[in-house]
Design a protein around this ligand. Structure first.
Ligand SMILES: Cc1ncc(COP(=O)(O)O)c(C=O)c1O
Length: 420
């Protein structure tokens, strides 16, 4: 693919140079049409049985993007009280939120119980703590419902740091510990209404996920009257799209998933609500970052382009060695990729690891060019920081009719000072 930006008309006719001048850089830019399209796709993963797609909001918690998810009919997963509060503010009701925390304090569980938010406990000790919180609140037995997160024994993902199933992970309750779930549930009069899993993030082949679905459905047979079974998220997106990497094979995946559900439903005796928890798939491709090139230099044999997109703006490349395709914009137009040369694109943070793209084949970059980082809508702004005391970037949304809406103003130094 020559240019993703041009192919999908990402800026909907707006001139990216004008956008950068008006709103400043670094700047997160989202395309409403793409976001809505991907969000809609995940609502169609299961059509034969009752199903909800829970958007995993950690990928992008901008309230205006949460509102799009609400309009597209998604429910949501939250990891913290902060995420729950953002969801309330975006208009989600408690029934549409699933709290899937990890190692939380009693006050967080009490918050969820008081707000009637279904909560999944991810270890036996957290289940015990949940029971104690119910006792402390003197909650009627019939209101003591919760879910448990199962480790299905399978993991998958783009790097070790994001694999959340299998042997080497802190997440979930192992299959052999299921009898203890029932002991704790009995002790505190808890009803286990659902089970969930999440094997990891960014797999491009459906097989590990399908294996985990098979495993959790086998484990589900041990539980009576489950109201829901949540298979987790992790569907990948093609980060190497300029090299024509293919999309996650959603249609093939759906075809292979359905018989597993048929078999389970025929044996289980009732039809639970099935759920999934995609984050990245919903928002990654609908977001890019625009940054400005301020320096061109050569150190030893390496040609550097120094930009304002540091690891504070996008941490994925430094944290996971992640690849993000880059397009270069000059005078408002994408520079074509006919003549490429090896360059290293870096940020403005005082760290040698502050590298956005290492020894990458790119058109020759010039000072004042714009760098456009693709697939930055997931785990971009939500993982950004103020490291080196740099205020966080602004976010704009290009609406479906091409209008520009500022959906988060740029943070200021005054904002940073407020905390002292
Ligand atoms: C429990 C849980 N569910 C869902 C997700 C979403 O994963 P992805 O964005 O890869 O779909 C994550 C990501 O870390 C997660 O931890």
């Amino acid at each position: 693919m020559d240019s993703f930006i041009d192919n999908v008309n990402f800026f909907e006719g707006n001139n990216p140079e004008k956008i950068a001048l008006e709103y400043g850089t670094p700047l997160y830019v989202y395309n409403e049409k793409i976001l809505r399209n991907r969000m809609y796709n995940v609502t169609q993963v299961i059509t034969k049985y009752p199903y909800t797609a829970n958007y995993s909001v950690k990928a992008n918690t901008n309230i205006h993007i949460l509102k799009l998810a609400l309009e597209e009919g998604l429910n949501c997963d939250a990891m913290s009280i902060g995420e729950i509060q953002l969801l309330f503010k975006a208009g989600f009701s408690a029934e549409r939120i699933f709290f899937v925390p990890n190692n939380v304090a009693p006050f967080e569980l009490i918050f969820a119980i008081k707000h009637k938010i279904m909560t999944s406990l991810d270890s036996l000790s957290q289940l015990e703590l949940f029971g104690e919180c119910c006792n402390k609140l003197k909650l009627a037995y019939e209101k003591r419902t919760c879910a448990v997160r199962i480790n299905p024994g399978v993991g998958a993902g783009h790097c070790e740091k994001v694999i959340t199933g299998g042997k080497n992970t802190k997440f979930g309750i192992a299959e052999q510990d299921v009898p203890q779930i029932f002991e704790i549930a009995n002790k505190y009069h808890l009803t286990i209404a659902g089970i969930n899993q999440h094997i990891g993030s960014l797999f491009m082949q459906p097989e590990p996920y399908l294996e985990a679905v098979t495993n959790i459905l086998r484990i589900a047979m041990l539980f009576k009257n489950l109201k829901f079974i949540d298979f987790g998220g992790g569907y990948g997106i093609p980060y190497h799209k300029l090299a024509n990497e293919k999309d996650f094979p959603m249609e093939d995946f759906k075809k292979k998933l359905e018989p597993l559900l048929d078999e389970f439903v025929s044996k289980y005796g009732s039809v639970p609500l099935f759920k999934s928890e995609p984050g990245r798939y919903c928002v990654a491709e609908g977001g890019i970052i625009l940054g400005r090139v301020h320096t061109i230099k050569q150190n030893a044999d390496i040609k550097y382009a120094g930009t304002d997109i540091g690891m504070n703006v996008l941490v994925r490349p430094s944290m996971y060695d992640s690849w993000h395709d880059i397009e270069i914009i000059r005078n408002g137009k994408i520079v074509d990729r006919d003549n490429l040369m090896e360059q290293t694109v870096v940020g403005n943070i005082c760290e040698s690891g502050d590298i956005l793209a290492k020894m990458r084949q790119l058109p020759q970059i010039q000072q004042d060019d714009l760098v456009c980082v693709l697939d930055a809508g997931a785990y971009g702004w939500s993982m950004s920081s103020t490291y080196n005391s740099r205020p966080r970037a602004a976010e704009i949304l290009i609406t479906k009719n091409g209008k520009i809406k500022v959906i988060r103003r740029r943070e200021t130094i005054k904002d940073l000072m407020k905390l002292f």
